[in-house]
Every structure is written in structure tokens, then in C-alpha cells.
Design a binder for this molecule. Structure first.
Ligand SMILES: Cc1cc2nc3c(=O)[nH]c(=O)nc-3n(C[C@H](O)[C@H](O)[C@H](O)COP(=O)(O)OP(=O)(O)OC[C@H]3O[C@@H](n4cnc5c(N)ncnc54)[C@H](O)[C@@H]3O)c2cc1C
Length: 529
């Protein structure tokens, strides 16, 4: 029987990213996806700054950025009567904007999932020790005290191969069969949202002009349609949310007529090709648990989102980032299996908050349309909707709470709006801040993180850190020192040492006046076997 360390079920955004993470950590694994190839429909579109920081680690960030629609499209969402008609409202979307920020080496990307999946798939299958197999499904998953068993079915030949894995990552999507197999369901407060998702080609530049928007909400007799540029040129998608399933799915002709109405011109003026229609039942909710024994849920299998605010796949990326190094450390004997409990402990509150926000966003976007139709307070509705695309505090400033991170008793720096505003700060449980390490702005502090624990020494003088780190290295624990040469004028200016986990999260930190011994701090916060 073929044996592997990890079986990854699902080769979409989160499965492929897990594969890249596991390869970089030297974990042997097999990834299977039952589809013959990656998506042909765009699906998720927004990849936030923190996700791009993760993808930077695999060197695929430039390819992902190249799929993006650019800065001009992503500055705001717009509400309009028809493309040829008048503007109704616009709301700035700072967190969608494909523009650099001082506090990160990365920019967010608004691009099409099919193109990004393909980039990740190409990168994942080139990495050793990954075995990436498409058109292969994982069936009959069971687990016992020593590992997991499954059969991999080659869907072309029908042949089945029994397999044994020490752990399973199930990134098998919102309708995850693995979630059912491990006895979990999505929580009772799940929110359902049926829509029609239409992909089409048309040159709309004449009517859009300079009224570009990442999302363009257009009112028609079919209800509100959310128009979304896919390549900033002629590839578009429109979603019709709140579609009544009893009405039946749109036909290609109906989709065509609907788009003509939304553009607001005579049919003869528009060269339009409807490519595909995907009805989709969006669900927002969390799985009761994110794991059971040796099986871990990731991405939509663990937490499902409605698309408002573009948080679904990004929450999946951050979950995989949290999980994969922990599996590697346990498999490699550096850490006890209890380390794996911290995946749900740390990631669940983040996912919970974002699921709530995605539902709130749907209501806030809907309220603009409502105010317009009923002559309500448009200005207030626009202000309320600002949270939809402006959430740097939420994506960059979240704080994990578990025994892996020290509790910092000082309050975090004051911000007017915790959801919107982000101030990079050295604080346990948070992402270690970015600072450029070279004058050419090529190498970031973030590039130090990925496989080892890193002790960043931020002053010229430091007592005892070298010998404490050497002690753990001799025991085989993956930890090393990096010296910050120019910490002044960075968030690290007041720090003496900052201990950072492989996922770039601060475990503990000291200042110059700290009297705690490095040896003791490491003993407390390293996940040692
Ligand atoms: C029509 C549509 C429109 C969407 N629009 C948006 C949007 O506008 N914004 C947004 O944020 N999100 C959107 N989404 C959701 C977004 O695509 C998901 O959040 C994202 O793909 C999650 O990635 P994932 O890897 O967790 O799961 P998925 O992308 O669902 O991937 C799961 C994979 O598992 C594979 N699989 C399942 N079972 C098995 C098995 N037994 N063996 C082998 N393989 C298996 C499937 O083939 C699939 O490829 C949309 C989804 C759809 C379908």
C-alpha cells in the first residue's frame, strides 16, 4: 500500500496552497482533485494583501499580480442605473486597491480564480516532495489511531489505489464529504444565498468610460446585478444575488437579454457573447469543528462565506498558513500532537468574525439599493457601506490567542476604527511587521519566515539569545537568529528580540528593559516535544 505523510483532498485554491506550504516544509504528500483540470469559471476574485504576502513566499506573486485588473478599477464599488445611465453611488474600497502600502511588501490582487488556480497548480506540481494528481478522487476515508486510509480512484481508468496517510487535509469545498465523514456539519446559523453567476465577453469600455469599479451594482427588471471586470478588458462576470430558485435558472438567451438591459443600449450596439451560467447556492457558516482526530478541514470545508467582501478564499489561505507548519512540526517530531489543537483555537475566532461580516456586508450593499429605490438616506447608506472594502485592520491586525503566544497586557495602539485602520506593531499573536532589509526594497523581514522559528535581534547588544538558540538547535528544533541591522524607524525600534513562528506570527518579544531570560522565554513559547 502506498504510504504518505499527508493526503490533501481538493486541488483548488486552498488545497494547492497547502501543497505549496507542505513542500516548502519538506513534508511528503499526495494531493488529489476529482476534476480533470483547474477551474474554467472565475469564481473568487479578491486576494487580499495578507494572502499575497503568503504567495510571495512561493515566488508566484508576480504571476498572480499579472492576472489583476489594476489600480484604477479597484478604488471603489459603484452603484449605477445602467452602464449607459447615471451614477447612483460610489463607495471607496481601500483594501481592494491594487496599490502598495508602506506596511507590506505586497499588493492585493483583484483577479480571476481560474487564472490564479492555474498559477498555483503549475507551481505546486513542480515542487518536491509533492505528488499532485488531478482527475483523481479520494473515497472511503477512514481513520484509526495510527493513521488514515482512503482509496484514490483514477477517474479516467476507474482504477483504485489504496493509500495510507498519517494526516489528511480536507480542502474539498463547501459541500465537503469529508466534513460529513468526520461527523460535522455547518452550524445552524448558516445563511443561504442563491445566485446566478454569468460569465460573458463584451467590450463595455464605451459605456464604462472612467466610471470604473471593482464591483458595479446595476438595477434592472431582473433585480440587482453585480458586474465584475475579470481582466479589465472584455472578460466580465455578473452575479444576480437573491435569485428565487423557484424561478428556474437563467437560459443563455435570458442572460443575454438581461445584460443588454443592464448596459442600457440597443442590442445592435453590443457585441456580446455569454460564455457560461453557474447557479450557485452560497452558504455562510462554520463547521462545528475544524478537525477530528487526524483529519483537518481547510478552506470552504471549514468555513463557508457569501461573496460580499471577498473574504472566503482569503480566510482559507490564512487557515492553511496556520495549519501546515503545525502538521510539519508534529510529523518531524519537533512538537507534540497537542500543537494541532491550536489550529482551531486560533483560526476559528477569525473565521467566525469574518463570516458575520460577510453577512453584514450583504445587508449594507443592499441598503444602498433600498435607499435609492425608496428615496431614503443615500449618504448615510454609503457611509455605512464603507466597511465592505476597507478592512486593513481586520486582515492585517488580527491577533491569535493560544498558549503558543504570550499575552501582551498593554492595549494595542489606538485606532479610530479597528476594522478599517491598521498600525503595524510588535505584539504577540499578531503578524510580525514588514520592514525592508535592503535599500533596493527587494528583501522584507517577512522573507525570513516560513520554515523555522526566527529570533529577530533588533539591537546591537543582546544578552543570552545566541546561546539559548544554540541550545535548542542542538536538540534539533528548527530555530535560528536573524539580526535586524536598521531597526530604528521601523516598528522594531523598541524591541530587543522578537520570536516569530514559521507562519510569521509573533510568539513572544522583549524590550531592552526586559529582565526575563531568553532560555526561559523560549522554553515557555516554543512548541517542544
Ligand atoms: C459559481 C461560484 C462563484 C463564486 N464566486 C465567488 C466570489 O465572487 N467571491 C468569493 O470570495 N468566492 C466566490 N466563490 C467561492 C470560492 O470559489 C471559494 O471560496 C474558493 O474556491 C474556496 O476554495 P477551496 O479550495 O476551499 O474549495 P473549492 O474551490 O470549492 O475546491 C474544492 C475542491 O475539492 C475537490 N474535491 C471535492 N471532493 C473531492 C474528493 N473526494 N476527491 C478529490 N477532490 C475532491 C473539488 O473538485 C474542488 O476542486 C464562488 C464559487 C462558485 C462555485
Amino acid at each position: 500500500m502506498r504510504e504518505t505523510q499527508i493526503l490533501v483532498i481538493g486541488g483548488s485554491l486552498i488545497g494547492l496552497t497547502s501543497s505549496l506550504l507542505l513542500s516548502s516544509l519538506g513534508v511528503e504528500h499526495i494531493l488529489v482533485d476529482r476534476r480533470p483540470h483547474t477551474s474554467d469559471h472565475p469564481r473568487a476574485r479578491l486576494y487580499d494583501r495578507r494572502t499575497l504576502e503568503l504567495l510571495r513566499r512561493f515566488g508566484v506573486h508576480h504571476d498572480v499580480e499579472a492576472t489583476g485588473i489594476g489600480d484604477l478599477w479597484t478604488r471603489q464599488n459603484r452603484w449605477i442605473e445602467s452602464l449607459a445611465g447615471k451614477d447612483v453611488a460610489s463607495v471607496p474600497t481601500e483594501s481592494f486597491q491594487m496599490a502598495p502600502a508602506e506596511y507590506s511588501p505586497s499588493i492585493p490582487v483583484m483577479g480571476a480564480q481560474d487564472m490564479i488556480e492555474e498559477t498555483l497548480w503549475k507551481a505546486a506540481r513542480e515542487q518536491a516532495p509533492a505528488d499532485v494528481r488531478f482527475y483523481t478522487s479520494a473515497e472511503d476515508l477512514t481513520q484509526d489511531a495510527g493513521g488514515c486510509s482512503a482509496t484514490l480512484i483514477d477517474r479516467e481508468t476507474g482504477d483504485g489505489e489504496p493509500i495510507r496517510a498519517q494526516y489528511v487535509i480536507a480542502a474539498d469545498g463547501v459541500h465537503s464529504a469529508t466534513r460529513d465523514q468526520i461527523g460535522c456539519s455547518l452550524d445552524e446559523n448558516s445563511f443561504n444565498f442563491y445566485l446566478q453567476d454569468i460569465l460573458f465577453h463584451a467590450d463595455l469600455s464605451r459605456w464604462v468610460g472612467n466610471r470604473m469599479g471593482g464591483l458595479m451594482f446595476i438595477f434592472t427588471s431582473y433585480g440587482m446585478g453585480v458586474y465584475q471586470p475579470m481582466d479589465g478588458a472584455t472578460r466580465w462576470r455578473v452575479q444576480l444575488p437573491g435569485w428565487d430558485p423557484n424561478r428556474g435558472d437563467l437560459t443563455m438567451q435570458e442572460a443575454h437579454d438581461y445584460i443588454v438591459e443592464a448596459v442600457g443600449v440597443d442590442e445592435s450596439e453590443l457585441d456580446l457573447e455569454v460564455v457560461s451560467i453557474r447557479p450557485w447556492n452560497f452558504i455562510a457558516g462554520l463547521s462545528e469543528h475544524f478537525s477530528n482526530g487526524r483529519v483537518f478541514l481547510a478552506g470552504d470545508a471549514a468555513h463557508a462565506f457569501i461573496p460580499t467582501g471577498g473574504m472566503g478564499s482569503n480566510t482559507g489561505f490564512s487557515g492553511a498558513h496556520n495549519l501546515c507548519w503545525k502538521l510539519a512540526y508534529v510529523l518531524q517530531g519537533h512538537s507534540p500532537t497537542s500543537l494541532l489543537d491550536t489550529y482551531e483555537q486560533e483560526h476559528r475566532p477569525i473565521a467566525e468574525r469574518r463570516v458575520r461580516l460577510s453577512i453584514e456586508n450583504a445587508n449594507l450593499a443592499g441598503a444602498i439599493g433600498q435607499a435609492y429605490r425608496t428615496g431614503g438616506d443615500m449618504a448615510q447608506a454609503e457611509i455605512n457601506c464603507h466597511q465592505y472594502g476597507s478592512y486593513e485592520g481586520m486582515i492585517m491586525g488580527y491577533e491569535y490567542q493560544s498558549e503558543l503566544c504570550q499575552v501582551d497586557h498593554d492595549p494595542p495602539p489606538y485606532v479610530e476604527n479597528e476594522h478599517r485602520d491598521f498600525i503595524p506593531v510588535v505584539r504577540s499573536g499578531r503578524r510580525a511587521p514588514h520592514a525592508w532589509l535592503d535599500p533596493h526594497r527587494k528583501l522584507s523581514t517577512l522573507d525570513w519566515f516560513g520554515t523555522d522559528y526566527v529570533v529577530m535581534l533588533c539591537q546591537d547588544e543582546h544578552e543570552g539569545w545566541q546561546s539559548a538558540v544554540n541550545g535548542y538547535r542542538h536538540r534539533g528544533f528548527p530555530i535560528r537568529i536573524e539580526q535586524m541591522r536598521h531597526a530604528a524607524n521601523t516598528p522594531y525600534a523598541e524591541s530587543e528580540a522578537v520570536v516569530v513562528r514559521p507562519d510569521g506570527v509573533i510568539a513572544t518579544h522583549t524590550t531592552k528593559s526586559d529582565s526575563r531570560a531568553p532560555e526561559e522565554l523560549l522554553a515557555q513559547f516554543l512548541p517542544l516535544s
